[in-house]
Design a protein around this ligand. Sequence first.
Ligand SMILES: Cc1cc2nc3c(=O)[nH]c(=O)nc-3n(C[C@H](O)[C@H](O)[C@H](O)COP(=O)(O)OP(=O)(O)OC[C@H]3O[C@@H](n4cnc5c(N)ncnc54)[C@H](O)[C@@H]3O)c2cc1C
Length: 324
Amino acid sequence: MILVLVDHDLGELDPLSLRALTCARTLSDAVHAVVIGGAGAGLAGVVGEYGANVLHVATHPELTDYTPAASGRALAQLVDRLNPSAVLAAGSPRGNEQLAHLATILDLPMAAECSAITLSTSPGAPHSVTRARWAANLMEDAHVHSDLLIASVLAFSFEAQPVVGAAEAKVETFEPLLEPADLMVRVMGRGGESSKGGVTLADAKVIVSGGRGVGGPAGFAQLEELAELLEGTVGCSRVVTSAGWRPHAEQVGQTGTKVAPDLYIAAGISGAMQHIAGCKNSKTIVVINTDPEAPIMAYADYAIIGDLHQVIPALTAAIKATKI
Ligand SMILES: Cc1cc2nc3c(=O)[nH]c(=O)nc-3n(C[C@H](O)[C@H](O)[C@H](O)COP(=O)(O)OP(=O)(O)OC[C@H]3O[C@@H](n4cnc5c(N)ncnc54)[C@H](O)[C@@H]3O)c2cc1C
């Protein structure tokens, strides 16, 4: 049996988890899902649709928001009871973090961001994985020497596939035993959410992303206007979040969110490999940059060489004109 950690934020599903479920289905017909916190119990329908037979719900008075070490503890207790052959999760920052806690508690290796997994068929033989290294600039074939495989699934390496005729997953709740140290890292408050009008970075079809070239927080107003017009949302580079111009929830890249929209507009972004790691799965990339030699040009489907402060208002005006 394969156990898949289905991540959610206060009950809102991380869609990358459905891709992890699909990956699990390629390995076994027996797939169980687990959610941390009672708010995830409402996901029984969707995880069933994507192939999970059972949804385990870890409930506890302290599991009301993201608590990664507590997730690891709850997963370890479930693994002990169910004895799965693998535990998978989405290769998101949260998925990786929770699995890393599980691996630490069980003193086992963890393979992060795998694009292919082959489970061992004979006792003692290693599992085989292909995993992304160096912001996915290198794909490494590796062997994992442990009976239980703990692995996260590289974002966008599997298409989420519903299972025809699948029923809602059977819900089984359990209360993990938590230690005080499991709750040391927890959410103290929330602010600067990137979701505008219900569109988040992870599910946006259009992202208008800004980098250092935007020049400061005020410059993002024009990106917001364009994003709104295109029914998308705003993203940014790490320089921007480090400077405090925009919240981290909007950062695209290796240490931000990995995205795969239909259209990614990169304005004033140079194209460092850590940024590209987060946006290279976009269907179409439009670059706006004053420097024709900027590294991001290598990934551009269309490039506009120019000052974004002139190009973006011109684009916005042109799109408005088509909507009249
Ligand atoms: C471990 C690690 C993890 C990292 N994770 C991430 C990550 O998740 N996401 C991320 O983005 N970065 C990440 N970084 C940082 C990354 O290496 C780069 O420093 C960062 O992406 C650069 O941001 P930028 O493109 O906005 O700025 P710059 O590299 O300074 O580029 C600015 C660009 O704007 C252009 N420009 C300037 N003015 C204008 C104008 N008026 N109009 C049009 N174009 C203009 C310039 O020509 C230039 O190309 C990480 C780095 C490390 C070491």
